[in-house]
Ligand binder design. Structure first.
Ligand code: SF4
Length: 217
């Protein structure tokens, strides 16, 4: 398909998927304290997709996320990069919510300005890691996104992202940081450390993997 046609199709399919994500209620307990689920961002005909576990670790620290994207872009001289999340709704631990009546379960407890309706102050919930159930519920959206955008390279940040995504593609080997795998259609997956631990040295190692891949191509 011509590039313009493919881009238009990708935009249409991504918008349609994001509408479903915005309506999704599979993880009811996560919905009270978020305004909206996290969506992917970047080039819609990407060569490379970066996958983070959830937004708390990456995008809430937007400086870190931008720094990381820029590091990868300049290392590979690549502009067609997209990033996304394995779990879209950020789980939070909150003492105020856990002390309130169960009648408030499944009610939105946060307003447009991110103020808590219970305390009247800014949300004080502490971002925590998603449970395995949340990952299993949300993973189909990520797999759909990868199928739509069809990148040649997928970078998996952190052990849990690597584990769940690779198993979804039928890769059940033990995964160590820096390992690279191909799926059945030859797409390259590379397991890298989590965002907090990802450094310029890791970026150089990533480059080595991709150069090997290009030599094989
Ligand atoms: S985390 Fe994913 S599966 Fe769970 S409610 Fe949010 S969008 Fe739906």
């Amino acid at each position: 398909m011509a590039s313009d046609g493919r881009r238009e199709q990708n935009i249409r399919l991504i918008i349609e998927m994001e509408d479903r994500i915005a309506q999704c209620k599979r993880c009811k307990s996560l919905l009270s304290c978020i305004r909206k689920p996290s969506m992917g961002k970047g080039d819609l005909e990407p060569d490379m997709i970066l996958v983070f576990e959830n937004e708390s670790k990456a995008a809430q620290n937007s400086d870190k996320l931008l720094e990381l994207r820029e590091m990868i872009k300049s290392e590979f001289n690549a502009s067609k990069i997209y990033h996304t999340f394995m779990v879209r709704c950020q789980p939070k631990a909150c003492a105020i919510r856990s002390n309130t009546s169960c009648y408030l379960e499944n009610k939105k407890l946060i307003d447009r300005d991110y103020k808590c309706l219970l305390s009247g102050k800014s949300c004080e919930g502490i971002p925590i890691k998603p449970a395995d159930d949340n990952i299993i519920h949300c993973l189909p959206f990520l797999l759909e996104e990868l199928e739509i955008l069809d990148p040649r390279i997928v970078i998996l940040f952190g052990d849990r992202v690597s584990d769940f995504v690779l198993k979804s593609y039928g890769i059940f080997k033990e995964v160590n940081t820096g390992d690279a795998f191909y799926d059945s259609i030859g797409r390259l997956f590379i397991a890298v450390p989590s965002t907090e631990e990802f450094s310029i040295e890791e970026c150089h190692k990533l480059r080595d993997h991709i150069l090997i891949d290009e030599n094989l191509a």
